[in-house]
Structure formats: structure tokens, C-alpha cells
Design a protein around this ligand. Structure first.
Ligand code: MTE
Ligand code: MO
Length: 530
């Protein structure tokens, strides 16, 4: 009988400390739950964890970004948010313990975190104003009030017993209050979650309603010889589900295509224009195979993919708006694309208008764009890294100059202009594989978008460079598969690959980091032949 025991022996402070810690965690939970509910009324992106996570991404230096992408890949966002929740839980425990002695101070601590969340939310590039502060602030008030109330239950009251004075607290009262608070928080949080989840409904319905018309200018068939039948090689066209994803969005934007508009304005735009999704569909669509590469891709890395994009030619749209590229005397040399989530991406106007297939893409591999890849519309420009060309969830294009404006990544020390570097990758054998002696198929992909790949060579250990068999070229904007039948002798060996692009430039051996304008160097794989 608990009460019996309580009476006999004054409780150690341990139980009370545990209850204090629990109060802190419950207060944090209540704060996040209330914030979740409120964020469904404001914007899901204004929730404290997403806002703080986003603000952390905004402040991440290139080296840390690369480390996170390298270590966690596309899971980097999950890791970041889990990390934030873990830190919050820890701080909640500390505040709960603090509230045991200083109720007001503990509650004030919770409020302080609300302010941090609110500042983060309002400072995000996609912030729509001070209302973004509400979820964090209101959540913090709820959390602070709860901590104050629960800590009240933990205040010792004098209980005289057998002549001894023993500090005692209201165990039952605390348990009832804590359980009620936990249940209420869970309910409020679930409600907020379901509201937030239903927010994307219109967007999902709009995507399901889209029937992509047959392109007026279809892509030419992928040549038969462009696909090599080597187990382990990257497929020539990357399925959308396997296509790498790199962006700063902790919540994938869900844009309703029927409400979507793209505004085009700025320096030298004679006719400011606003286009709807239907406006784009009514134009003759072009379909092109284009290989996209991320500047954060390390030598041999996975952040490159090849897709069949459908869209409209951006150069035509710009020309209709009266835009003249600088080579022909136009005043704007930089096109800044802005997304619904506040990303800004700057592209040279000359590149977009030099005849290459720069697209406002609305389809990928025959389907409307997946939400992760920019639905309803994104840019794709052959030959440029994604961060200077491939704005997803685009809603605004401003013509300006490189002198006048630094987009998001450029403000974070990445280069303002970044053509893709000629690269090649060994897909098979994998590092540390143990193939058996005899003929081993070495194979992979090589890319130099908009220049084209002319040669791929393989070297075994310190031997001579020998030409690989190059698959047929689809277009100079796509990667090329290659293979090399290697007569492998037992022992440890290092395989190295290098590509030569159509300008005759051989892929450099000089290793550079990904920052500021893309990694260079040659991919090597070490294997043990048995
Ligand atoms: N809105 C938005 N667009 C974006 C980004 C982003 O963070 N936000 N990242 C860019 C980068 S760095 C790359 S490499 C490509 C990646 O496109 P994907 O995720 O479809 O492969 O998108 C680009 N477009
Ligand atoms: Mo990127």
C-alpha cells in the first residue's frame, strides 16, 4: 500500500526529481502539440521544429552541409529533426528540474524557447510575416502554463508524522494532472497533424487531374546502344523514385496546380507576365532527356540522375516577355528563380537563351512532376548544377544582374556560376568487392552535360589508361554508360576511371572539394580479386 509506506518513510527526493523531469517533458510535449495545432491554422512550415530546422539549414556552412549529405544522404532531414527533438527533450528535463525550485523561472525558460522558435520561423526566407511566430509563441505559453501548474503539485507541504517533519507532495494530484495533460496534448497534437496532413489535398487532387498532352517536340528514342546490359550499372533513365533529392524543404511543398502562377518580371522585361499551369499546357511541350547533377556530389557520389523531362522552352517564354540576353545587349545577366518555399536560384540568362533546352519542366519520365521533385513546375537547364538552375516549386522569375543580387547558396559561399564538371563514376564492381579472377566487367556512367562525353578510360593500379567501351550517346545533355572487360588477376587492385569531354578536355586528377563550385578528381575503387 503506497500510502502506508509514504506515511512510514519520508519520500526521497528522487521521486520528486523524476516527477519534475517528467513535468518538463510534458510541458515540452504540450508546447509542440499546441504549436502543431496552431501551425495548421497558420502554415505547417511555421511549426517550431520545422522552423528551427530550417533556420539551422539556412546557417549551415558548406562543409557541414556536405558532411550531413555524405553521412545521412537523403535522410539528413530526418536526422536533423530527430536531433532537434532530442535536444528539446533534454532541455525540457532541465527546465522541469529547475521548476522544482523556481517555478516561475522554469516556466520562463519554456517561454524563452518559444521566442527562439518564433524568431526562427519569422526569419525563414519563406516566412509570410509575423503570424509565423504564433505557433511557437502560443505553444510556449501552453507549455509554460502546464509546467507552472505541474510544478505546483510538486511543492512540498509539511506533513508531521510520528513527531518528525517530512516534506511531502501531492503524488496523486500530480499523477492525475500529468496524465490529463499528456492525454490532452496527444489529442491536440493529433488534431493538428491531421489538419496539416489534409492541407495538401487540393494539391494532390490537382496533380491527379493532370493529363500531360503528347509533346509537340518529343525526345528522340533512346538509341538501342545507349543501354548496356551490365549487372550493377546505373539504369540509363533514372526512375523518379530512385532519383536523388536535394533541397532545403523540411516539409515538401504541396502546391495546387490549379491555383499556381508563375510571374516573370524585372530588368528588361517589356511585358510583365503571369502564367498559369494551363497556359503552359497550351503551349507546344518539348520532351528532353537531361542529366541533373548536384554540386554537393562528391567524386563517385550518388547525386546525379538522368530523366526524361517534359516542359516548355524557357527561352521562348522569356523572349515573349521581351527579354534579350546580354550577348545581344540585354540589361539583365542573371535570372533569379524563386520557389514557394523561399529558395532563390540564379542562372545566367545567356545560358538559358543560347539555344540549349532550358526547360520549365512539368513532367518527369512521363508523369507530372512528383511533389519531391518540384510539382507543379520546376526549372531544368542542361549543363549547370542544380543549385544554379533547377529551381523546384518555382513561382517567380526575376531578371536582374549578378552584381545586384546574390541568391540563397551564393550568400552561403557557393559560386554564383557553376557549370557541371566533367565526371565519371564506377558503378560496378563496388568498393571492396571480391570478384573472382578472369573477366570482370567494370562499368559505370560519365557525364559532361551540354558538351558531351567522347571517351572513357580505365586504369588498373598504375598501369596504362585503356579505352572503355562507350555506349551510344543519347544527347550531349545526358550521361553515357561505359564498360570495360577487365582480365583480373588475383590480388588487391585499384580501378580508376577518367572521361574526356567533347572539347577534348580530360577529367582532371586534381581533387577539389564540392564547395564552392563542384568536386573534381577521379573515381577509384579498390577490389580484391580471388
Ligand atoms: N525550391 C528549391 N529548389 C531546388 C533546391 C532547393 O533546395 N529548393 N535545391 C536545388 C539543388 S541543390 C538541386 S541539386 C536540385 C535537385 O533536384 P532534385 O531534388 O529533383 O534531384 O534541385 C534544386 N532546386
Ligand atoms: Mo545541389
Amino acid at each position: 500500500m503506497t500510502t502506508e509506506r509514504n506515511r512510514r518513510k519520508p519520500r526521497s527526493d528522487l521521486g520528486r526529481a523524476a516527477a519534475g523531469a517528467l513535468s518538463g517533458v510534458l510541458a515540452g510535449f504540450a508546447a509542440l502539440a499546441a504549436a502543431e495545432l496552431l501551425s495548421s491554422a497558420v502554415r505547417p512550415e511555421a511549426g517550431p521544429v520545422v522552423a528551427v530546422g530550417g533556420a539551422a539549414i539556412d546557417r549551415t556552412p558548406p562543409s557541414v552541409k556536405d558532411w550531413a549529405i555524405r553521412e545521412f544522404g537523403t535522410d539528413d532531414k530526418l536526422v536533423l529533426q530527430s536531433g532537434i527533438v532530442a535536444v528539446l527533450a533534454l532541455l525540457a528535463v532541465v527546465l522541469g528540474l529547475l521548476a522544482l525550485r523556481h517555478r516561475r523561472l522554469g516556466a520562463a525558460g519554456v517561454l524563452l524557447f518559444g521566442v527562439v522558435g518564433a524568431v526562427a520561423a519569422v526569419s525563414r526566407p519563406d516566412s509570410t510575416g509575423f503570424t509565423d511566430a504564433f505557433p511557437s509563441l502560443v505553444g510556449a505559453v501552453a507549455g509554460a502554463a502546464l509546467l507552472y501548474a505541474l510544478a505546483g503539485r510538486l511543492e512540498p507541504h509539511a506533513a508531521s508524522e510520528g513527531g518528525a517533519e517530512a516534506a511531502e507532495w501531492d503524488r496523486r494530484g500530480f499523477l492525475v494532472a500529468a496524465t490529463a495533460a499528456a492525454a490532452a496534448s496527444a489529442g491536440v497534437g493529433a488534431l493538428g497533424r491531421s489538419f496539416n496532413a489534409s492541407r495538401g489535398k487540393d494539391a494532390i487532387a490537382s496533380r491527379e487531374g493532370i493529363v500531360l498532352p503528347a509533346p509537340a517536340s518529343p525526345a528522340s528514342d533512346v538509341p538501342r546502344g545507349a543501354r548496356l546490359r551490365v549487372p550493377g550499372i546505373s539504369p540509363f533513365l533514372t526512375p523518379a523514385e530512385d532519383f536523388y533529392r536535394v533541397d532545403t524543404a523540411l516539409i515538401v511543398p504541396k502546391v495546387d496546380a490549379d491555383a499556381w502562377r508563375l510571374r516573370i518580371h524585372g530588368k528588361g522585361v517589356a511585358r510583365v507576365t503571369s502564367l498559369s499551369f494551363q497556359d503552359l499546357l497550351r503551349r507546344g511541350l518539348v520532351e528532353r532527356d537531361i542529366t541533373l547533377t548536384c554540386v554537393s556530389n562528391e567524386v563517385g557520389g550518388p547525386y546525379v540522375g538522368n530523366a526524361r523531362w517534359i516542359g516548355v522552352r524557357l527561352a521562348d517564354v522569356l523572349a515573349e516577355c521581351g527579354v534579350v540576353p546580354p550577348v545581344r545587349g540585354g540589361p539583365a545577366d542573371q535570372l533569379v528563380a524563386r520557389s514557394v518555399d523561399g529558395m532563390t536560384i540564379g542562372t545566367p540568362v545567356d545560358d538559358v537563351m543560347d539555344g540549349r533546352d532550358a526547360l520549365l519542366a512539368l513532367g518527369m519520365n512521363g508523369e507530372p512532376l512528383p511533389f519531391e521533385h518540384g510539382f507543379p513546375v520546376r526549372m531544368v537547364v542542361p549543363g549547370l548544377y542544380g543549385y544554379v538552375s533547377a529551381c523546384k516549386w518555382i513561382e517567380d522569375i526575376e531578371l536582374t544582374t549578378f552584381d545586384a543580387y546574390d541568391p540563397y547558396w551564393v550568400r552561403r559561399d557557393w559560386a554564383a556560376k557553376a557549370p557541371v564538371k566533367t565526371q565519371s563514376r564506377i558503378d560496378t564492381p563496388k568498393p571492396f568487392a571480391r570478384p573472382t579472377a578472369g573477366t570482370v566487367m567494370v562499368a559505370g556512367v560519365a557525364w559532361a552535360q551540354h558538351l558531351g562525353i567522347d571517351k572513357v578510360e580505365v586504369r588498373v593500379d598504375d598501369g596504362p589508361w585503356r579505352s572503355a567501351d562507350l555506349a551510344a550517346e543519347d544527347t550531349r545533355d545526358t550521361w553515357r554508360q561505359w564498360s570495360f572487360p577487365w582480365q583480373a588477376a588475383p590480388g588487391g587492385h585499384t580501378l580508376t576511371v577518367r572521361a574526356t569531354d567533347r572539347t577534348g578536355t580530360v577529367q582532371t586528377a586534381e581533387r577539389t572539394r564540392t564547395s564552392p563550385d563542384g568536386a573534381s578528381g577521379r573515381h577509384s575503387v579498390v577490389v580484391t580479386v580471388t
